[in-house]
Design a protein around this ligand. Structure first.
Ligand SMILES: Cc1cc2nc3c(=O)[nH]c(=O)nc-3n(C[C@H](O)[C@H](O)[C@H](O)COP(=O)(O)O)c2cc1C
Length: 318
């Protein structure tokens, strides 16, 4: 376990030891994973986007019982239960919200009025500037390497992060493709004040994803993901039988409505929660090829921070 903290504007804003946010992920980031990361000095996040309000309440209470360190709740703005979850989260003492997949104007004023810290996920520098004008406290700049839902414009983390850093004076968190100390150090070199890590934490002992999903990540190679369904709702997933169906439908000119019907509902749950890999939407990031094991979340965090420090020291000697 790493002992030394890393001081950045993000660690100061959030009151955490290491500038690493465990990303909110549907069907993956429940109380167990979030508590493990928060206890290890990062920011654990409950992925509320797959939780009904009663499940959320149960998870938030379990999380609070396991840690007294800072933690966050991720709210995908389009998720239909968000209006019920926000008051519950505030009542249960959530102080940090990471909103995503929607307009930052929808929830920022409400959350700021309640005294919370708000981070919003952006895919362009223009969206980041809008967040700053609305009073958001920090932005997560998510490149199209990232697992799950994605911006349609395919800006990579490498290209996006420095432009967001130039566009705003807020702390910028880099997301998409960060899996180890080298990629974390690269994000800091681009001007980020910290990183948000999804796929690497989805493939840990404490992740609530199905074992078959974790095994698929371990076995996946560098060219096995794709940004699919761009005309409907762009999402990065592992190529499988479902994706072949999408590809065939697109090749014969299927309309967005037909694609939406093909997608239906519940495909991420099928893959990530139930382990039905051929028919599900296996949301993972492009960096799956770099993941070869299923360690404890605390070991991922400690290894990442220690390696980043070594890499940065090595570069300083050049
Ligand atoms: C399985 C999975 C589920 C995700 N679910 C959400 C979600 O509910 N809300 C959200 O804002 N982002 C979601 N994401 C994106 C992550 O929060 C994060 O930004 C992304 O995974 C970072 O890229 P990486 O996977 O390369 O680390 C998800 C990602 C994955 C892999």
């Amino acid at each position: 376990m790493t002992m030394q903290g890393m001081d950045t504007p993000l660690t100061r804003l959030l009151g955490i030891r290491h500038p690493v946010i465990q990303a909110g992920m549907i069907w993956v980031s429940g109380a167990r994973l979030a508590a493990a990361v928060s206890e290890a000095g990062g920011l654990g996040t409950l992925g509320a986007g797959s939780m009904r309000p009663d499940v959320f309440l149960d998870q938030v209470r379990k999380l609070r019982a396991r840690t007294d360190k800072p933690w966050a709740v991720n709210l995908p703005v389009f998720y239909r239960h968000v209006p019920e979850i926000v008051p519950l989260a505030l009542r249960e003492g959530c102080r940090i919200f990471i909103t995503s997949a929607g307009n930052p104007a929808t929830w920022t004023p409400v959350l700021k009025d309640a005294g919370a810290t708000v981070l919003h996920v952006v895919a362009t520098a223009r969206q980041a500037a809008k967040c700053e004008a609305l009073g958001v406290d920090a932005v997560v700049a998510e490149g199209f390497e990232a697992g799950g839902h994605n911006g349609p414009d395919e800006l990579t983390t490498m290209v996006l992060v420095p432009q967001v850093v130039r566009a705003v004076s807020l702390p910028v968190v880099a997301a998409g493709g960060i899996v180890d100390g080298r990629t974390m150090a690269a994000a800091l070199a681009l001007g980020a004040a910290g990183v948000q890590v999804g796929t690497r934490f989805a493939c840990t002992v404490e992740s609530s994803a199905h074992e078959a999903y974790k095994q698929a990540i371990v076995e996946a190679g560098e060219i096995d993901t794709v940004l699919a369904l761009k005309s409907v709702m762009p999402v990065r997933l592992l190529k499988n039988a479902f994706w072949e169906q999408v590809r065939a439908a697109e090749a014969r000119g299927a309309s967005p409505e037909e694609l939406r019907d093909l997608l239906g509902t519940g495909r991420p749950r099928q893959a990530i929660h139930l382990g039905a890999l051929p028919d599900g939407e296996i949301e993972v990031g492009q960096a799956v090829g770099a993941i070869r094991d299923v360690p404890a979340a605390a070991d991922v965090l400690a290894g990442m921070v220690d390696e980043a420090r070594i890499v940065l020291q090595g570069l300083a000697r050049l």
